[in-house]
Design a protein around this ligand. Sequence first.
Ligand code: UDP
Ligand code: MG
Length: 312
Amino acid sequence: MKKISLVVPCYNEEEVIELFYKEIQKVKKDFDNVLFEIIFVNDGSSDNTLKLMRELSKNDDVRYISFSRNFGKEAAMYAGLEASTGDYVAIMDADLQDPPALLKEMYEILESGEYDSVATRRVSRKGEPLIRSFFARKYYKLINKISKTEIVDGARDFRLMTRKMVNSVLSLKEYNRFSKGIFSWVGYRTKWLEYENVERAAGKTKWSFFKLFLYSLESIVAFSTAPLSIASVFGILFCFIAFIIIILIIVRTLIFGDPTSGWPSMACIMFLIGGVQLLCTGIIGQYLSKTYLEIKKRPIYIVAETDEDYKD
Ligand code: UDP
Ligand code: MG
């Protein structure tokens, strides 16, 4: 008998968690001879999410892991994957934006043995603020230009994977995690399903524009080292410009003598070059700080409680 694990990161999801459970019970009826295991990961919620998880864990098909604080969705996904025992593992949002009805199709595709993972992407961004969509598009264009790992536009974290792929994903123990990149980096044969954007069942999004912006910077640092070469590019460019200017100035001085003038242009040049230098130092600082965090080898998450503790 095959077993499917559903990993569900939850951060302040008291409004939807029970609804999610009910939807899964409905979907389960379409499967014969398949066991389900739902792993809720409480990512340091400050509302009643944990209480509801404890209640739900009275059902045989529910387990939960509760973090000691908010570690972020990436950490929650990692913890859930680590705890999962299924032959197939899916990652799903609690807010029903990842349609559970797709599970059956995903399962059948993996059962056919032709693919190791079925991933989903939104083809529309309906219901999303316009500037968010705009920046999202630009971001995907940029990252795919500067990273060798393909990051698919509109890709969700919702996907069903074989145990083999899950183990590979878990073998990447980096602290600064960017799963969309990691899934692509580990390889394997992935089938993409497309669907229209579904709006949240209830509650509100945990991602502000600023949080998403920082996340996008993190992903660039995690999957590309191209920004590091910006310093070299500017360096070469400026040397070249300086060389031409030096020749011009020598020639001018020889012909016209040397009247002292031009301090405004000098000030502008100093500001420009100073700015570029600070920018480049900042970029190096970004990579250095990530390296610093990696090298500390801190755990990706800390568990405060699981269903096992609660049952005792
Ligand atoms: N989430 C999490 N930790 C966080 C932020 C979000 O575990 O710090 C979970 C959240 O509970 C939800 C999923 O990640 O199940 C996606 O979050 P959300 O729906 O807010 O994001 P959106 O769908 O708007 O991108
Ligand atoms: Mg959502």
